[in-house]
Each structure stands twice: as C-alpha cells, then as structure tokens.
Ligand binder design. Structure first.
Ligand code: ATP
Ligand code: MG
Length: 419
C-alpha cells in the first residue's frame, strides 16, 4: 500500500477540527495524526508527530497561523503548511507565503479542494526532497530543474513569463519568444495566455475568436477528462499554437488552479515548449502555473518599483521552495537611460540579471498595433536578436544538457551568464 499522508489539523474552533477530521477520514491515502487548538500546541505536536502536511487556520487567539507557520518552517521544516483563511486577500496570501505556507485555501472550500491541495503539497514536497537527495544527478549547467519525465510521453518544457509588476513587457516577450522558438529553433510551441482576466495575447497576435479559449475547457476539466483540448488551441500563421484567455473577465474565475495544472500537463505532452504569459499578481492560479513551470522568466525594468517588487518576489520564491535555477531574471528595456544601471539593479536584488532585452519602441509598438510579432516583421532588429538569444538559452538548454551537444554548449557559453 502506498504511504499515507500524515496530516495535523490546527484550528481554534472544535467543530471545524472535528469536521475536517471526519472529511479526511474518508480518504484512504490520508491519515489525520492529530489536531491542535492553538499555534503553540501545533508546534509541540508537530515536533513529536512529524506530520507531512499541516492544515493551519490563519486566525487564532494565542499565536496566529502566520506566526505559527514561520516557527514551524524553522523547527519542523519537513511539515508543509496549507493555510486556511476566510480572508482571500492578496496581502494574506503574500504574508502566508512569506511565512513559508505552501498552499492557501479560502474558506469555505469543498472537500475536493481540500484533499487535492493536501495531495498536491505532499507530492510537491516529496519530489523536492527526492530532487535534493539526487542533487549530483542534476547537471550543474542546466537552465532549470530536471523535468519529471512522465509515463514515457512527450515531455515538453513549461516556461512561465512572470513579473511582480505590470507593464514590463511580459506579453511582448512571451509572444515573440514563442515565435522565435518555433520559427528559428524548429520547436513545436504552444503559447498559453495565463492572464485570465485581461489577457493581451490575442491582441498581439490579431486573434479574436469568441469560442476558442481556455474557458471552453471548463466543462471537461470539471468532468475530469481533457479530450478536446486540441479543438480549442488555435493554429497561428506565425508557426505557433495559442490557447487564449477567456473572452470576458468574469469568466476568469471559472479557471481553477487544479484546472490550469491539468491544461499545462496536457499541453506539455504534445509540445516541445509551453510558454505561459502570467499575470503580475499572486493568485492561486498564477502560483499553480509557477509551480508547474520548469523555468520562470521573471521580468523587470529599470524602475525602482519594479526592482522593489522583484526583491519581494525572490523572497517568496525562496519560501515556496523554488530552486534558484528555476528563476531567470530578464531585464527588459535594459538600455534605457533612466538613472539606474544594471549593476545597481543587481546589487539591490542581490543576484545577477540572466538576460537583457534592448528597448526598441519603434519595432515593438509598431508590431503591437499591427498585430504581427516584431520577431517576424523586424527580424534583424537588435530586440529580435535578444529574443532569439533568450529562446536559445531557454529551449536549447535542455537539449544541450541532455545530449551533451558540444555545439550548443559552445553557443551557450557566449550567452548571458547562467547560474
Ligand atoms: N523592449 C521593448 N522596447 C520598447 N517597448 C517595449 C519593449 N517591451 C515592451 N514594450 C512596450 O511596453 C508596453 C508593455 O508591454 P506588455 O504589454 O508586453 O507588458 P506586460 O508586462 O504584459 O503588461 P500587462 O501588465 O499590461 O500585462 C507595451 O506598450 C509594449 O509595446
Ligand atoms: Mg500582458
């Protein structure tokens, strides 16, 4: 029999503890090893019971869930915390993640959401542990973690384009990176618009169908089968495939974190590269994308607000247990003379910028307004060359490390530094 997931429940309300214990009692792979009524009791119990997962209420009288999670992260680091809260605001989510929580459930949640979160967190932690114990196997020069190859199928790479501040060029880079990888590197590429409320990918690619988006997959996601995903992925003349965001913002909430994960897994099985244009704020669907990604290209610009948010994001990424290698920093409009130098940025955030892209308002905005990627319309421009280098580094990295292809290794050395 498979290992059971050992769960500790922490909530000051006795009825909630009983209810959760009963709910989880139905799951054969989950065992409730104890329940605590306060943060301090939770710490004592966790130290002796060593649970895999701690279900932690956020509002408790003596020590709140955030403080308890912080202590737990250092005292019992093997216990992964799933935070439960009636407040779903971004600030709570951010503070919980900074304290070390792995998941965030907004009450009331269904028993399916609860058990899915517990299993997901447990699997992720277990994979992390085994990756860490197999560290020497991981090639030191890979661009991201060695992907978990699943049941022998196609095992494409998921590249998330994220930034902790809006308007820094995520969509621009996502679209052109996808086109570059398809047209120059011969990859089969699908671009997913992960900005489910106000996605712009359709605008940049001049696509506007009403009945082809991720929203059309919701019934299948709810039924647990993803059979017609191909029907809703659009073949674009630029040589890429595109899964658009829902046509109207209110439909965004239909897309759940577990749904997103299923979609990404399905796309990675049929493509070499899955590029995802993410939102610039942390919500559960964005976290699901970042979790699933092999590489997170995190974009910033030479602005003080962008740099500040990047610092915060890097802290959160660390708390989430992302390996430093998974995050690559991409500085957009790197040559704009705005009083901040790249070296200032690096010293402020405490790590090197991995890639830079020049500023080229003429090519970029002209292309945007025509709905044609600049990588196609202005292939010779420096900004296109920077995008190609980024695509080579991201997509070529796995090939290079897997096949020890010397040609690619030489090419890689001339790229921006990888750490
Ligand atoms: N390298 C560049 N040179 C010049 N202009 C650029 C460059 N990259 C992006 N831009 C411009 O910056 C603006 C924002 O870009 P984009 O929409 O790609 O950013 P975003 O991060 O996706 O924004 P949002 O938060 O709205 O999703 C656009 O007008 C785009 O044309
Ligand atoms: Mg955008």
């Amino acid at each position: 029999m498979a290992d059971q997931i050992r769960v500790l429940i922490v909530d000051d309300i006795p009825e909630t503890r009983d209810h959760l214990t009963k709910l989880l009692g139905f799951e054969s792979d989950i065992e409730v090893v104890g329940s605590a009524a306060s943060g301090s009791e939770a710490l004592t119990m966790a130290a002796s019971m060593l649970p895999d997962v701690v279900l932690m209420d956020i509002n408790m009288p003596d020590m709140d869930g955030i403080a308890a999670t912080e202590k737990l992260s250092s005292e019992v680091p093997t216990a992964a915390v799933v935070m439960m809260s009636v407040q779903g605001e971004a600030d709570y989510l951010r503070r919980s993640m900074l304290a070390g929580a792995r998941e965030f459930l907004v009450k009331p949640f269904s028993s399916d959401e609860l058990t899915a979160s517990i299993r997901q967190v447990y699997t992720r932690e277990r994979d992390k542990q085994s990756r860490m114990s197999a560290m020497p196997v991981m090639s030191a020069n890979t661009g991201g973690p060695v992907p978990a190859s699943d049941e022998g199928g196609h095992d494409g790479q998921i590249v998330a384009i994220f930034s902790p501040k809006g308007g820094v060029g995520r969509t621009t880079v996502a679209v052109n990176l996808a086109v570059a990888a398809a047209t120059e590197l011969g990859k089969s590429v699908v671009l997913m618009d992960g900005s489910f409320q106000f996605g712009d990918v359709g605008v940049l690619l001049n696509l506007n169908p009403k009945n082809k988006s991720i929203a059309d997959l919701v019934p299948e996601l709810e039924a647990g089968e993803l059979e017609s995903i191909d029907t809703f992925v659009i073949n674009h003349s630029a040589g890429i495939r595109v899964l658009l965001a829902p046509p109207s913002p209110e439909m965004a909430e239909l897309i759940t974190p577990s749904g997103v994960k299923k979609v990404l897994e399905a796309l990675r099985r049929t493509h070499d590269l899955v590029v995802v244009d993410c939102t610039s704020w942390f919500n559960e669907t964005t976290l699901a994308i970042l979790d699933a990604a092999d590489v997170v290209l995190t974009m910033l610009s030479l602005e003080i607000t962008s740099i500040k948010n990047m610092r915060l994001f890097l802290e959160v990424a660390d708390q989430l247990g992302y390996e430093p290698n998974k995050i690559k920093l991409v500085l957009n409009r790197a040559d704009s003379s705005l009083g901040i130098r790249v070296a200032d940025v690096e010293s402020s955030i405490g790590r090197k910028v991995d890639h830079t892209i020049v500023s080229d308002g003429r090519s970029v905005v002209y292309a945007l307004n025509r709905g044609v990627p600049f990588f196609l319309s202005n292939r010779e421009a420096q900004v296109s060359q920077d995008i190609l280098r980024l695509a080579q580094a991201v997509a070529g990295e796995r090939v290079a490390s897997a096949r020890e292809d010397t040609r690619k290794t030489v090419q890689k050395k001339s790229l921006f530094s990888f750490r």
